[in-house]
Write a protein that binds this ligand. Structure first.
Ligand SMILES: *Cc1c(COP(=O)(O)O)cnc(C)c1O
Length: 471
């Protein structure tokens, strides 16, 4: 099919989930009832749900079939070994602990690594600093509640929607090394490499950058964790953009990538395509003490370490999902679908972050310059988008960032973005066209969209449950 301009979805849709069409009047009432917060809308009232791609996509026939093979034994289940073997083959990692989702892995490994530095070097955790190209919000949260300070050392172009770069997810290697030296390497209990870099808009990290980052980590004896939610999309971008790997398969690039970390933590709800599941794995026995302590913590927090909060069937499904998520045609289609949406929006004058792996990020600051950051332009845009087309998207801006815990002041946010997250194999190109048309309608009345102010502001993670009203 080489000579076709646009290839359609490379799958057949065999199961129908009905959705409801609603009127504008209905949606205007619904969003007010939800406190002008799309998180508080009922899913039933949403026509196209772009809140997240986490656990919301379609699963493959092979994954569905695998569930029936589940061995529900409490310990040493056959399904656990299927998962362990898949991890070993795909990533080359020897030891696997399943978890209920990504943050299940984080609540285990983060306290263990911080405690290890305290115990072995007699250090105060309040002085510890952890580095990442960019911490995902739960990874940041777990680091902070365990006493460490987080430092994101991303390349300067990461958040500039006006600049194109192949690998906007990369570490700034100088900032990383200088940062380590500034606090003293012993005060750095771990480095997290997030692939793709979610917070910068699903932007990839190159293999050259991972390798250089890992060299620095080894020089200072700091363990590296690959935060792996979108490992397959990252491998696809490497194949397309890093010339040395043009002829490599996704499987080969994935295997190579995981040489540059010591552990992996994964939300399997993204590229591994399962509705629920996670992983915590160790490359070899160089962190044997950490592995054993993580297993103990798993027992009290997630479940016995051969199921970690997952049913046997769910472990089988995940073992297959790890492979199916690396399908070349499928990845090409997915990345192309996101690019189609970004290009379509750009063509009608809506400024977006360059297309990444899983979402379009609209620059709401540029579209609604009349709304100041403290009245949450991207969140106001989310509410307007829902009213126009029943489309649910999510603010990635000042509302999400929140206040400085010490001063109570709103933190300054580098960009006011609206994320349109595309669930896997769930929406078609017609849906993308509908979204673009909704923005076209919004654009002409953008100056009438009003900012928002709180009627209820929760003290932490406020964006999930806040209630607001138009000013
Ligand atoms: C989703 C995600 C997490 C957290 O995983 P959950 O499955 O939502 O708990 C951590 N890191 C990254 C990069 C993610 O995308």
């Amino acid at each position: 099919m080489e000579n076709f301009k646009h290839l359609p979805e490379p799958f057949r849709i065999r199961v129908i989930e009905p959705v409801k069409r609603t009127t504008r009047a209905y949606r205007e009432e619904a969003i007010v009832k939800a406190g002008m917060n799309p998180f508080l809308l009922d899913s039933e009232d949403v026509f196209i749900d772009l809140l997240t791609d986490s656990g919301t996509g379609a699963v493959t026939q092979n994954m569905q079939a695998a569930m029936l093979r589940g061995d529900e034994a409490y310990s040493g289940s056959r399904s656990y070994y299927a998962l362990r073997d898949a991890v070993k083959q795909i990533f080359g990692y020897d030891y696997t602990i399943p978890t209920h989702q990504g943050r299940g892995a984080e609540q285990i490994y983060i306290p263990v690594l911080i405690r290890k530095r305290e115990r072995e070097k007699g250090l105060n955790r309040q002085k510890m600093v952890v580095f990442s190209n960019y911490f995902f919000d739960t990874t940041q949260g777990h680091s902070q509640i365990n006493g460490a300070t987080v430092n994101n050392v991303h390349v300067s172009e990461a958040f500039d929607t006006g600049v194109y770069a192949d690998f906007k997810g990369n570490f700034d290697l100088d900032k990383l090394e200088q940062g380590i030296l500034a606090v003293g390497a012993e005060h750095v209990p771990y480095i997290v490499c997030t692939i793709t870099c979610n917070s910068a808009g699903g932007q990839p990290v190159s293999l050259a950058n991972m390798r250089a980052m890992y060299d620095i980590a080894r020089k200072y004896d700091i363990p590296v964790i690959m935060d792996s939610a979108r490992f397959a999309e990252n491998a696809y971008f490497i194949q397309q953009r890093e010339p040395e790997y043009r002829d490599w398969t996704i499987e080969q690039i994935t295997y190579e990538s995981y040489k540059y970390a010591d552990m992996l933590a994964m939300s399997a709800k993204k590229d591994a395509m399962v509705p629920m599941g996670g992983l915590l794995c160790f490359k070899d026995n160089s962190l044997e003490d950490v592995y054993h302590e993580c297993r103990s913590l798993c027992v009290v927090q997630e479940g016995f370490p051969t199921y970690g909060g997952l049913e046997g069937g769910a472990m089988e499904r995940l073992a297959v999902g790890l492979y199916d998520g690396m399908n070349q045609d499928w990845l090409a289609y997915r990345i192309q679908q996101v690019a189609y949406l970004v290009n379509g929006l750009s063509d009608i004058g809506i400024v977006c972050q360059q297309a990444g792996g899983h979402a379009a990020f609209v620059d709401a600051g540029k579209l609604l310059p009349h709304i100041p950051a403290y009245q949450f332009p991207a969140h106001a845009l989310a509410c307007a988008l829902y009213k126009v087309g029943g489309i649910r998207a999510v603010e990635i801006g000042s509302l999400l960032l929140g206040r400085d815990p010490k001063t109570g002041e709103q933190l300054p946010c580098p960009a006011e973005l609206l994320r349109l997250t595309i669930p896997r194999a769930t929406y078609t190109q017609t849906h993308m066209d509908f979204i673009i048309e909704a923005f076209d309608q919004l654009k002409s009345t953008a100056s009438l969209i009003r900012g928002l102010t709180f009627t209820y502001e929760p003290p932490v993670l406020r964006h999930f449950t806040a209630r607001l009203t138009e000013v």
